[in-house]
Design a protein around this ligand. Sequence first.
Ligand code: M6R
Length: 366
Amino acid sequence: EKGGYDHFMLKEIYEQPSVIKDTYRGRLLADKGIVRLGGLEDHIKRFTNANRIIIVACGTSWHAGLVAEYVFEDLVRIPVEVEYASEFRYRNPIITEKDVVIAISQSGETADTLAAIKLAKQKGAFVYGVCNVVGSTISRETHSGTYTHAGPEIGVASTKAFTTQITVLTMMALRLAKSKGTLSQSDYMLHLRELDMIPGKVEEALQSDEKIKEIAKVFKDAANFLYLGRGYNFPVALEGALKLKEISYIHAEGYPAAEMKHGPIALIDEQMPVVVIAINNNHYEKVVSNIQEIKSRAGKIIAVVSEGDTTVKEMADYVMEVPVTPETLSPLVTTIPLQLLSYHIAVMLGRDVDQPRNLAKSVTVE
Ligand code: M6R
C-alpha cells in the first residue's frame, strides 16, 4: 500500500504532481480563463464585501494559511489575518458578520480549529472550510468549503496536504480577484496558465532527490538548523523547520530572513546549517545580503535556488534547484526540496518517519 516506497511520507511527497492536478481538475480551465470552485460560487459577494478574512488553523495548515495571507492580500486586496486556532478561540477575538473565516484542516477533526469555527459562527461570521477528509467534522460544521482532494495522507508529517491546500487557496484568490477586478486580465491569465504548469514543475523539483540525499548525509548529525525565507517563502521556511523537527527530532527554527539581525544571528557559527530559500524573485538581492551575513560568521548555507541561478550558487555550500514560477506560486515548488531534506535526514537517523514519537495524525483533543 506504500506503492513501492519505503514510507508513506515519501510516497505522499512523490504523489504531489498528481494530487495537485486532482485538486484543480474540473476547477481550473486555464485555456478558457476559468477558475470555478463549487463551494465558492454562491458566496463570492460575502468574500468580496468582507471587511477582512481571518484564517484559523494549526501546524502545517496554519503555514498554508500564512501563504494564503500573501496571496489574498496581493491578488484580492482584502486584509487577512492568520491565527493559530488555539489562540483565537481563547482570546475574546473581535469577529462580526462582516468577517469571513477560512478554516484549514487536512483531517477536518482538529479540536482547536473546530472550536474556533464554532466561536466564529456564534459571532455571525461566514465560515469557509478547506479540508482534505471528505465528510469530516469541520467540513460539516462550516457554511461552505472546498475539498483539497489530496487522497488519504497517512504520514504524520503533512506534505501533500500542504501543497494542495495552497492550490485551493490560490484558486480561491484568483476567482475572487476576477470578480473584484484586482488583477489585470493578462496577470489573471498568466496565473491560471502558470498554476496549470505547477505539477510539471513539482515533478522537476523532485528530480533533485539524489542530490538532496547527499546533502542530508552531510548535515544529519547537526544539533540545530535555521530556515530562512522572505515574502511568500517565509511561511515555507517555517514549514521546512517544522518538517525537520517533527520527524528527525533535530531542533530547527524558521525565520523571516530579515529578522536574523534582531537576535538569531547570534546563533551562527560553523556548526549551524542555515537553509535559505533564495529563489530569483523580488527579494533576491536582499536574501543575497542575508546569505553574506551568515557566511561571514562561518554558517553553512544550504540554498534553494532557481534553475539557472549563478550568484547564490557561488556563495552557498550546497544548493537545491527548483524551476522558475511566478513568486505567488513559488511555495508550491520551494517546499519540495525541504520535504525531501527532512525525510532523508530522519531516515538516516533511523527515526520512525511515518509515526514520529509523541505525535498523532489528527489532534482531536486540545
Ligand atoms: O488535520 P489538520 O490539518 O487540522 O492538522 C493540523 C496539524 O495538527 C498538522 O498540520 C500537524 O502540524 C502536522 N503533523 C504537520 O506535519
